[in-house]
Design a protein around this ligand. Structure first.
Ligand code: FES
Length: 111
């Protein structure tokens, strides 16, 4: 079952920035790309744990603020020669509100 949680309005997320949502799994970074699409990723770089929410968003990618690894916001995969993958979470926008798929969080907590 999908249970969506309202994490705020789209306007609350800076354009080409992110806001952090605390969940049972740790922090989730919710990004807003320049085209107003929204992506949610675990706020932890697989390299050395950098806060991706403080990274630079360009297109549908984010550059980690610590050592500049680049991750695809859609898949969570590292790009180029960088390695690793960040967990992604489903999001949707409804009437200007950003919703995060909480069922994934619950499932992963139970596993
Ligand atoms: S911690 Fe993200 S690139 Fe090193």
């Amino acid at each position: 079952m999908t249970s969506w949680i309202d994490i705020g309005s789209l306007e609350d997320i800076p354009l080409r920035g992110a806001r952090v949502v605390k969940t049972s799994l740790g922090c989730v970074a919710v990004f807003r790309a320049s085209d107003d699409s929204v992506f949610a990723l675990h706020d932890r770089c697989p390299h050395k744990g950098g806060p991706l929410s403080e990274g630079i968003v360009h297109g549908h990618k984010v550059t980690c603020p610590l050592h500049n690894w680049v991750f695809d916001l859609e898949t969570g995969a590292a790009t180029g020669t960088d390695e690793g993958e960040v967990a992604t979470f489903a999001t949707r926008i409804e009437a200007g509100r950003v919703l995060l798929d909480a069922s994934v969080l619950e499932k992963q907590t139970a596993a």
